[in-house]
Ligand binder design. Structure first.
Ligand SMILES: NC(=O)c1ccc[n+]([C@@H]2O[C@H](COP(=O)([O-])OP(=O)(O)OC[C@H]3O[C@@H](n4cnc5c(N)ncnc54)[C@H](OP(=O)(O)O)[C@@H]3O)[C@@H](O)[C@H]2O)c1
Length: 300
């Protein structure tokens, strides 16, 4: 039996990890903010992991993910949760001699590249959330423990705060919604992310002598999409008639800028682990079906 300690319990990824079965003998212990608040107990994280019972690896599915709040008032908490906490987790894993698996974001890039971002492309965070996540990556790498960082983007799931749920909630309320038409991304359904992440980590735990890359990208299979087109697809799939009007990011004026191009290149992940990442459109259909919103794929 492989025991994995997971930080995060009720978030999108943590919830999906709890529902993932990959066929091997893996037991996941979830530690949410109720069980152990990483901000309040930042100086106890190292000791907590060192003293935890049988653990073969740690996955960090926790993060400060409110991108706009991080920009305007949540800087300190975002810094602790996204930069300092993972460093302590990595240090404890190194001491215990176990791998540490961390999750990061497309926001560590500027979004100005033409084409998909590869894991070794130059980081240049587009917002403060990205600054904190990049610092987390750097601190983890400076610890030099076993394991990898998995960057992802545009995660959506049945529950939780995500773009799909936000658009459906707005569409239920208003006859027309305005959506930016200049942000391109590759979404991923949280259960697909959880499945891919667990398969990869299981392989890495089972092959400690094998060399793996420090960073991989995991996003959905299929084609990238602009948020405006994504929203139209959400409406069609959910059978909603709400009118979608395109605007620019400058007009929308969110507190935190987002990458114009958030598309991540997953080729090193898929070739290393032999994992096919399902088309995110199928995940969207499944999610909306689960939520009683139809799940039609008409107009595809
Ligand atoms: N969502 C996206 O679109 C997206 C895009 C790119 C990258 N990512 C990355 O993917 C990873 C997973 O994101 P997600 O969408 O699952 O995030 P999420 O739904 O916002 O969940 C955040 C998790 O962090 C935990 N957490 C927050 N504050 C905490 C605290 N003070 N102490 C302890 N735990 C705390 C939460 O704990 P509870 O379980 O107690 O609620 C929850 O499990 C993160 O690293 C994120 O940066 C996400």
């Amino acid at each position: 039996m492989t025991n994995i300690l997971v930080f995060g319990k009720n978030g999108q990824l943590a919830t999906a990890l709890a529902n993932t079965r990959i066929g091997t003998e893996i037991k996941l212990d979830f530690i949410g903010s109720f069980e152990f608040n990483l901000i309040e107990h930042i100086s106890d994280i190292y000791r907590y992991i060192i003293n935890y019972g049988q653990v073969d690896a740690v996955i960090n599915a926790s993060a400060y993910t409110n991108v706009d709040k991080a920009e305007i008032q949540g800087a300190e908490h975002a810094w602790i949760l996204n930069a300092l906490a993972p460093e302590q987790m990595a240090r404890a894993c190194k001491t215990r001699g176990i791998p540490f698996f961390h999750v990061s974001t497309d926001s560590i890039f500027s979004g100005t590249k033409t084409g998909a971002y590869r894991p070794d492309d130059k980081a240049d965070p587009v917002n403060f959330y990205g600054v904190t996540k990049l610092e987390g990556e750097r601190l983890i790498q400076s610890v030099n423990c076993a394991g990898s960082i998995f960057r992802t983007s545009w995660v959506f799931s049945d529950t939780g705060h995500n773009f799909v749920n936000a658009m459906v909630a707005l569409a239920d309320k208003y006859p027309e919604i305005k959506v930016v038409n200049d942000q391109l991304g590759l979404p991923i359904y949280a259960p697909d992310l959880a499945q891919a992440l667990l398969q990869a980590t299981a392989k890495m735990i089972a092959n400690p002598a094998q060399k793996f890359a420090p960073i991989y990208h995991i996003v959905g299979g299929g084609k990238p999409i602009f948020r405006y087109e994504f929203t139209k697809l959400i409406m069609r799939t959910a059978g909603l008639q709400t009118k979608i009007a395109p605007i620019s990011s400058a007009q929308f004026a969110a507190p935190a800028p987002r990458p114009a191009n958030a598309v991540l290149d997953t080729r090193s992940f898929t070739s290393t682990f032999g994992i096919i990442l399902p088309d995110w459109r199928l995940g969207l259909k499944q999610m909306l079906l689960n939520n009683g919103k139809g799940g039609k794929l008409n107009g595809q």
